[in-house]
Design a protein around this ligand. Structure first.
Ligand code: ADP
Length: 536
């Protein structure tokens, strides 16, 4: 017997309707290129979204059409996050840090029907303009209310594209229709596309907004530093608006974070660890200016206990560590101390907080050995992480139904190696490909990095494995120092030998000015390998 409940589709228009009807006075702030802050209400956004909906319909965007955006975090980008899926189209936010050839390849692969390009990115986009000239393009100008966008007859301007007749006639979508096409950042291979559905994004939003997950409430002011192209800004734009929190979009100038926090009263921010650790000394210096900031959600890469400690002790800012991947919309696990951890010594608490945390409700997780045999949650057994959830992709865009990363019983192989402790806390050891195999034993680059970064002379570090005739592979560490240190190799050796078995200690320590980062701000280990090869 079926239940008696309404089977109402879970579609994006409900997020927009709710935020308009219940939180219409809440604000979206955008930092403009001239440093001014654009601000309007959810109610204004709502009206503009439906103007866009009618314009998109008028130019013939239809169900299933991919429409690309090449834009920074800004209110127009947010409008497109709603308008494109509301006409049945699939928003495809392009990674603005991809190389020109990668971009062209992905635009062709996606078969984008139309593209919205941010004027702030005109220089970058001009490198591929010839190759995408057949795709209708709309240029997004960002001006203060007092300014008018420049009129360039050759280019269709966003404000002119937007139809003044605001069409509110709704299409009732099938919840399983595509909503967005996102490509992985390609850290360990070529970028691959996944298509989120209305249903998966709706459910991800509900799960993310739980108190023990993002914990966003209508009292919050939320600033995703994570770019909107990276797994839809980790779903934060939708989650914030559904919760009724003000949203702060940073525009192109990411160097102005402190000022923006202080002017808009940000309470929750989110981004990869590097964004925060890079500006940590400045944050400490300007502590009073960021006193509203209570919580930072970090993910995409592991954060070291020493950084969590500094944020909490020096700034009173709580760090919540998240783990996930583009394929998972992206949130899989989230780290909070549980009730039983409250009485633990501080040091133990930092260590727990630097774990990737427990699966969020709705996500199932397991670790398996090389034969897909499930391993126990004893905090020691290490295996590949597999996941299953309503917001995990079963396959890849244009990959047909076959996905070699899916097990026969429907779990996604994540390519991450981890342990899980008896309380269900996931601790990522490494990406499978990054694990260093030395003399038949495994060495975790992540564990080494977490310890090395806690040395007072080190401000950034990466550990990679390099081929070795005797051992197969050996670890080498690449360091960024905050002051010159005599005999850094000896210093580091002495520091690490107390913590790790001798064979874990890197053979070589290289000092560089900066660790190369990839298009979403994660350590670019391929570029590092090149640097090390050149140095050897
Ligand atoms: P790409 O795989 O191209 O980098 P994603 O942005 O989807 O694209 O990255 C997902 C991967 O990022 C995960 O499989 C994992 O290796 C890594 N990752 C994400 N969050 C964390 C975290 N909190 N700690 C460690 N690694 C993480």
């Amino acid at each position: 017997m079926y239940g008696t409940m309404m089977n109402y589709p879970m579609t994006l228009d409900q997020i927009l309707e709710h935020s308009y009807k219940i939180h219409g006075d809440k604000r979206v702030y955008t930092q403009l290129p001239d440093g001014e802050i654009h601000c309007y209400r959810f109610a204004d956004l709502y009206n503009r979204v439906y103007s866009l909906v009618s314009s998109l319909r008028e130019v013939g965007i239809q169900k299933g059409d991919r429409v690309a955006t090449y834009a920074v975090n800004a209110y127009q980008h947010l409008e497109l996050f709603y308008a494109i899926p509301l006409v049945g189209g699939i928003i495809h936010p392009l990674n603005i840090r991809f190389s020109p050839s990668q971009l062209v390849q992905i635009i062709n692969h996606a078969e984008d029907k139309m593209i919205f390009v941010d004027n702030d990115l005109m220089d970058e986009y001009s490198k591929i303009e010839n190759e995408t000239s057949q795709i209708p393009t709309v240029w997004i100008d960002k001006c203060s209310e007092s300014q008018q966008p420049e009129n360039n007859n050759e280019r269709l301007n966003y404000e002119n594209f937007m139809n003044n007749s605001c069409e509110t006639s709704k299409v009732l979508h099938n919840e399983n229709w595509g909503l967005a096409l996102c490509y992985t950042s390609g850290t360990s291979g070529d970028p691959r596309g996944v298509i989120y559905t209305h249903r998966s994004m709706f459910l991800h939003t509900l799960a993310a907004n739980q108190a023990d997950v993002f914990g966003i409430t209508e009292k919050d002011v939320v600033m995703p530093i994570v770019p909107m192209f990276h797994a839809l800004g980790w779903g934060i734009p939708y989650a914030s608006m559904f919760a009724g929190a003000d949203l702060v979009l940073i525009g192109k100038n990411v160097d102005n974070i402190i000022d923006l926090i202080s002017k808009t009263g940000v309470t929750i921010a989110a981004g990869v660890p590097t964004v925060w650790t890079r500006i940590l000394p400045e944050l400490i210096n300007k502590k009073e200016e960021i006193s509203s900031l209570k919580r930072i959600i970090v993910g995409g890469e592991a954060i070291a206990p020493v950084h969590i400690e500094t944020f909490e002790k020096e700034l009173g800012i709580e760090i919540r560590h998240a783990w996930g991947m583009t394929e998972m919309s992206p949130t899989g696990t989230f780290c909070n101390l549980s009730r039983s951890h409250q009485s633990l010594p501080e040091k133990k608490q930092w260590t727990i907080k630097s774990m990737q945390g427990r699966p969020i409700p709705g996500v199932q997780i397991r670790i398996v050995d090389e034969n897909d045999i499930e391993l126990s949650w004893d905090g020691v057994s290490m295996g590949e992480v597999q996941v299953r959830s309503h917001w995990t992709s079963e396959t890849y865009y244009k990959n047909g139904s076959h996905n070699k990363d899916l097990t026969s019983d429907g779990w996604l192989r994540t390519g991450d190696m981890a342990t899980i402790n008896p309380e269900g806390y996931l601790n990522i050891v490494d990406r499978k490909k990054a694990i260093i195999r030395s003399g038949g034993e495994s060495i975790s680059s992540l564990a080494l990095e977490k310890t090395i970064i806690s040395h007072p002379s080190i401000i950034d570090v990466a550990v990679i494995g390099i081929a070795d005739e005797t051992w197969g592979e050996r670890p080498v560490a690449i360091l960024v120092l905050n002051e010159p240190v005599d005999e850094i190799s000896l210093t580091m050796y002495e520091y690490l030998i107390n913590v790790f078995p001798k064979f874990w200690v890197p053979d070589k320590f290289f000092v560089v000015e900066e660790i190369p980062k990839n298009s979403v701000g994660k350590t670019d280990k391929n570029a590092l390998r090149q640097i090390v090869t050149n140095c050897l």
